[in-house]
Design a protein around this ligand. Structure first.
Ligand code: NAD
Length: 489
């Protein structure tokens, strides 16, 4: 299944089309957002850098135990005195207001997200920020209808109650989107929150804190504390929180599950994945190629539900791979703020080292490595779009989450073999099926152990649709009506 046809030597040359950064005002330093105000932390501070240039963007406070305690207490006060007493329709007004401000300030948020995270502006502008606003609109709509959201049979009666204070921890791959997934349903249900963004991408969460001020959200309803794993640990272990909502790696998720075991805290964990994207011989190949590219190269592959294992039916493998390589040759890697960029910077030096390590292991274990020719910028953290052929299930690149723009290609002969290989993973977050037969889609989808199965598309997100995993991909659902359950008694 090797392909010797060369990709087209010359592709379109694009003139630079950079988005202006002048709309964003990055302060030299940031404090913590506690009780509706920015305050100095008691701990040290750390630097957040631009992964595409390595320039220092700002100095950010690192919350210590005392800061975490102050944030939890502020959230408790706001819960007891204000937020839990407001009728749902009043809470909804704040959420609608926040959603509208996000829309109004969307360009600023998109530019800041691309600077701090490294993702292409066309993704932050056209995908992340619109879905962030949509989440706040969607959950605003639920705030006064919670009684209708919960079926009577679940024994919750007609007056569902919030849990109290939620401690929320999010990763760096979709900083503002993960914030929206956490904060919008929590607030709609009447909870208050303390949220910790990832240490490499704190800036849009801090801008969101300003938006809470602009929306006149009562002080303490949302608290944003910055810091690394230690701050997260202090939040999870704090006796004053009623709920932990975590999105991140499976290892940290397991540690969190151990910490809260034996306490009354409710937990939802959204963890890693190693999704199979299955292409049958009757699939429309050009569309499948687009779906494969979206599945693994969107957001540099820093996507928990990325289609990182391509399972292709043996009879069409050569043809599909030739088309895929041609398409990969047209991907533009570079400046995240350039409107023509398809693949931006890898988020951190650590993540780049992990992608390099696993890719080298893939080669050492005998898989065939291929990347299109592409010039990578001198500074910053970069990795070319890469695919591995002749991958077997024993290879580490077929089993471990790489969380980068690296695709492992495996083949199958029968539908049963495809399902067996797709399910041969400790994860279970998502999967994709490409075929023109509706009956096959339904049959295969029923056999896949994955929280989300996309048919003839990939990486589509919608606030009305629940998202979550099986096995080591975590438990609990975010999004949709199901997302409310995680924040109600
Ligand atoms: P990570 O687990 O290292 O960090 C995630 C967050 O947890 C960060 O804010 C970090 O500071 C914090 N943290 C680290 N150690 C902690 C501890 N001991 N206690 C409490 N908090 C701690 O993950 P990451 O590298 O930032 O993110 C990548 C991972 O996130 C991938 O595995 C990816 O699949 C997963 N992810 C999952 C989803 C999903 O919805 N399932 C979405 C996005 C990312």
């Amino acid at each position: 299944m090797t392909d010797n046809r060369k990709p087209p030597a010359d592709v379109f040359r694009y003139a630079p089309a950079p988005e202006s950064r002048s709309i964003v005002d990055i302060k030299p330093s940031y404090g913590l957002f506690i009780g509706g105000e920015f305050v100095d932390g008691h701990g040290k501070s750390f630097k957040t850098i631009s992964p595409s240039t390595e320039e220092v963007l700002a100095e950010v406070a690192e919350a210590d135990d005392a800061d975490v305690d102050a944030a939890v207490k502020a959230a408790r006060r706001a819960y007891d005195r204000v937020w839990s007493k407001l009728p749902g329709r009043e809470r909804a007004k704040y959420l609608y207001r926040i959603a509208r401000i996000i829309q109004e300030r969307s360009r600023e948020l998109a530019v800041l997200e691309s600077i701090d995270n490294g993702k292409p502006i066309k993704e932050s502008r056209d995908v992340d920020i619109p879905i962030v606003a949509a989440h706040f609109f969607y959950y605003a709509g639920w705030a006064d209808k919670l009684a209708y959201a919960m079926p009577q049979s679940a024994g919750r009666g007609t007056d569902p109650q919030p849990l109290g204070v939620a401690g929320q921890i999010i990763p760096w791959n979709f900083p503002l989107l993960m914030l929206a997934w956490k904060i919008a349903p929590a607030l709609a249900c009447g909870n208050t929150v303390v949220l910790k963004p990832a240490e490499t991408t704190p800036l849009t969460a801090l801008l969101f804190a300003e938006i809470c001020q602009q929306a006149d959200l009562p002080p303490g309803v949302v608290n944003i504390i910055t810091g690394a794993g230690g701050t997260g640990q202090a939040l999870v272990g704090h006796p004053g929180i009623d709920k932990v909502a975590f999105t991140g790696s499976t290892d940290v998720g397991k540690a969190i599950a151990r910490t809260v075991a034996g306490t009354d805290k409710k937990v939802t964990l959204e963890l890693g994945g190693k999704a199979a994207n299955i292409v049958f011989d009757d699939a429309p190949l050009d569309q499948a190629v687009e779906g494969i590219v979206t599945g693994i190269f969107f957001n540099q592959g820093h996507v928990c539900c990325a289609g990182s294992r391509l399972l292709v039916q043996e009879s069409i493998a050569d043809e599909l791979l030739a088309k895929l390589k041609r398409r990969m040759s047209t991907l533009r890697v570079g400046d995240p703020l350039d409107k023509n960029t398809d693949i931006g910077a890898i988020n951190s030096a650590e993540q780049l080292a992990r992608i390099r390590e696993l890719s080298d292991i893939g080669e050492a274990e005998g898989a065939g490595r291929w990347s299109p020719e592409c010039e990578l910028p001198q500074h910053g953290f970069w990795f070319p779009p890469t695919l591995f052929t002749d991958v077997t299930q024993a290879h580490r690149i077929a089993r471990e989450e790489i969380f980068g723009p690296v695709l492992s290609v495996l083949t199958f002969r029968t539908p049963a073999e495809a399902v067996e290989k797709a399910n041969n993973t400790p994860y279970g977050l998502s999967a994709g099926v490409w075929t023109e037969k509706g009956s096959r889609i339904l049959k295969i989808a029923n056999q896949l152990r994955a929280g989300v199965v996309w048919a003839n598309t990939f990486n589509k997100f919608d606030p009305t649709s629940p998202f979550g995993g099986y096995q080591e991909s975590g438990y609990g659902r975010e999004g949709g009506r199901h997302g409310l359950e995680a924040y109600l008694k």
